[in-house]
Design a protein around this ligand. Structure first.
Ligand code: ADP
Ligand code: MG
Length: 678
């Protein structure tokens, strides 16, 4: 039992919630069963019983008949036991999951009992159906047996065994059922309405305590961790803002900057997640923040996921800061040893003000005179451990800004990255023309190529992307090469030039090919998703994605974000095969319908479920038994606000009101982060 279902204690048993309840006063007729029937209960006479098959395929097959038809009952395990207890000619009440085999209804491993009209009438409550496993079932511990144990347990315990753990006012305010009653009613509901109320209460509790843990970390950090104080906004920032800034900031950018300014001026360490759709101008926010750091005598780092991106950041930022006395250097894995030495020295003696680079930056041999601000770009997977490495780069940890364009729905961000403060840029700079997205079948590839030609004639550039499902997959590379040859036949040299970028190239090859495209020396970039993140070529106006049904939504959105970065109208063409799965069809549909990264993220979450979203699997914070961050989104918000209010008013849980909460957390010691500081 333990291993199979992870049940180790009474508490676990109580939290082994029923899948559903069935009204067992209801007996279905066999004739009424159809392919949409899920679970059903039938009553009838056992008319046959037979052992079939040999060894592994050995099974017991029986038939039960009522006035309307015959249903097959089958056992693959516990055969001998089943054969012993069953009697032909006897009336049985049979319950189970209905399957169809050769178009005939069937129940595998049914629950059954002798049928008398009385025992059917005696069940006037909703009976819980518990999940079990095949192995447990074979040992007689089916859902029904689990139900029996649970029922006994529920009847034995009293309110003091499951004391209330939420403050009274909260229960009143949100009309939540009492905890003990909720456990009773979720297992053995007196009616449907009570069941729903119990469910609501227990879901709320799950969200509440998850949020409590996360937000407490944040509070703890703010209360205990000293941060570097950026006292002023000085000349560097002001000069740049007034004289050099090439455009007006959007309101969203200003708001985020205000958040950052508030944090860095508070004396506490900032750990902030900045979400902003592709092209929303996150880099400028980072740049302005780094200038404030410099104004206060602090160094900054900007970390990118790839060398290409780091290089690109270096180029744009160096150009933008050319009139300011700011020393900027690049450090990546491929920085030559000879160049590396002066860079490391410059970091150590403080003469380098901004260091841009890849993960090479957080290596132990890179030390700073006074690192004050660290930007982590496009790495939503940048975990707590890595952030901690950055913290250690100064005696008082530097402020940290994690930026991502990977759309994460707010609800998910709040759950997974709840220990980070959260800002969003929800507005694009003015003048951007929305990207038009089309879906085309592979058979219309020639027309698509003609369309690219027209755009190239206007002086624009195009991307053609192939899926690379696995870095090592030979087939994917073959497809890429085949595609490349095909593109070349449409666009022959020397009239057209094509560069290709993929993961099997060395960093240098990639860099060179990419650079040719960035500089406008090639018209088309054929590649895999290695170009995905952050690359900025404003002149590119077409993005063609081959086999786009193989990509996830957020990836498609990221790829599309490579175009529409300049003043020209841009296009994204999603090529697919003829046959699409329902999910793939849905993904393509939403891509065609909207450019809004947050909407796409919500849809992605809906389609894939939270567990599949990158970087969340290992975090464990999504392991809710009842609640769903998709379906119960608004409840999550409510729980979050409730927790925030409690922590704000009484973070040590001293008030009378919060005693139930405190007692519960103490009883959970070891399981909760709260215990560590309490
Ligand atoms: P992302 O948020 O995807 O990292 P970038 O920072 O690369 O976006 O910005 C995309 C482009 O938009 C850049 O060329 C940048 O200079 C430009 N940009 C940023 N902010 C503004 C603004 N407020 N007005 C006009 N253009 C802007
Ligand atoms: Mg960017």
């Amino acid at each position: 039992m333990r291993k199979e279902l992870n049940i180790f204690s009474f508490k676990d048993l109580l939290e082994h919630y029923p899948l559903r309840h069935v009204d067992k006063t209801k007996v279905d007729t066999i004739a009424s069963l159809n392919h949409t029937t899920d679970y059903a209960q039938v009553a009838g006479k056992l008319i046959s019983m037979q052992m079939l098959g040999e060894r592994r395929s050995k099974r017991l097959v029986a038939h039960l008949q009522d006035n309307t038809g015959i249903i097959e009952l089958v056992w693959f395990q516990g055969i001998n036991w089943a054969e012993k207890i069953l009697t032909i000619g006897q009336q049985y009440l049979v319950f189970g999951k209905i399957g169809f085999f050769m178009n005939k209804p069937q129940i595998a491993h049914p629950e059954l009992e002798n049928y008398t009209p009385e025992n059917a009438a005696g069940k006037s409550y909703l009976e819980p159906i518990y999940p079990s496993t095949e192995k447990l079932k074979a040992r007689g511990l089916n859902g029904k047996a689990i139900g029996k144990i649970t029922k006994e347990l529920i009847q034995k315990i009293s309110e003091k065994d499951l004391p209330e753990n939420l403050p009274e006012t909260l229960l009143k305010q949100y009309k939540l059922m009492k905890r003990f009653y909720a456990f009773q009613q979720i297992h053995l509901p007196s009616n449907e309405k009570n069941y729903q109320q119990a469910l609501r209460r227990l879901k709320f509790e799950e969200f509440f305590f998850a949020q409590f843990g996360i937000q407490l970390i944040k509070i703890k950090r703010n209360k205990y961790s000293k941060g570097l104080l950026f006292e002023k906004v000085g000349d560097l920032f002001n000069q740049f803002y007034e004289k050099e800034l090439p455009f007006k900031l959007t309101n969203a950018q200003k708001n985020v900057l205000r958040d950052i300014r508030k944090d860095t001026g508070s004396g506490h360490q900032m750990n902030r997640l900045l979400q902003g759709d592709v092209g929303s101008g996150k880099t400028m926010v980072a740049l302005l923040s780094m200038l404030i750091a410099a104004d206060n005598g602090f160094q900054s780092v900007l970390m990118a996921p790839t060398e290409i991106l780091a290089q690109q950041h270096l180029n744009t930022i160096t150009a933008q800061l050319q009139n300011l006395p700011i020393n900027i250097k690049l450090l990546t894995g491929s920085t030559k040893t000879k160049l590396r030495k002066p860079i490391l020295e410059g970091c150590e003696d403080g003469s380098i003000h901004i260091l841009i680079g890849t993960h090479a930056i957080i290596e132990d041999n890179v030390t700073f005179k006074n690192l004050g601000f660290a930007v982590v770009d496009e790495q939503h997977k940048f975990g707590v451990a890595q952030r901690a490495k950055l913290w250690k780069k100064n005696t008082i940890p530097p402020h940290i800004l994690v930026m991502t364009a990977t759309p994460i729905p707010r609800t998910l961000a709040l759950t997974v990255y709840g220990d980070l403060d959260y800002s969003a840029i929800d507005e694009l700079p003015p003048g951007r023309k929305p990207i038009s997205t089309f879906h085309r079948a592979e058979t219309s590839r020639p027309q698509v190529m003609d369309f690219i030609k027209e755009e190239l004639l206007l002086g624009r550039q195009a991307y053609i992307i192939y899926p690379l499902i696995e870095e090592s997959s030979k087939l994917d590379y073959e497809n890429l090469m085949k595609g490349y040859e095909e593109v070349k036949s449409f666009f022959p040299e020397p009239k057209y030039w094509i560069s290709m970028v993929h993961g099997k190239q060395t960093a240098e090859q990639k860099e060179t090919n990419m650079k040719r495209f960035v500089d406008g020396d090639t018209n088309i970039l054929v590649g895999t998703t290695v170009i995905e993140v952050g690359v900025n070529v404003p002149n590119a106006s077409v993005m063609v994605i081959e086999s786009s049904e193989k990509f996830g939504l957020s990836q498609l959105h990221q790829l599309r974000g490579r175009v529409g970065r300049g003043a020209e109208k841009s296009y994204c063409i999603l090529l697919t095969g003829q046959k699409l799965s329902a999910d793939a069809r849905e993904r393509i549909k939403i891509m065609v319908a909207t450019n809004d990264g947050f909407k796409i993220a919500e849809k992605d979450l809906e389609l894939r479920g939270p567990g599949e979203i990158e970087g969340t699997k290992q975090s464990g914070v999504l392991a809710f038994k009842l609640a769903s961050i998709v379906d119960d989104k608004s409840m999550l918000e409510v729980a979050r606000t409730a927790v925030a209010k409690i922590l704000e008013e009484d973070y040590e849980l001293l008030s009378n009101e919060n005693q139930p909460l405190k007692a519960y957390l103490q009883s959970q010691k070891g399981n909760t982060r709260w215990s560590k500081i309490a």
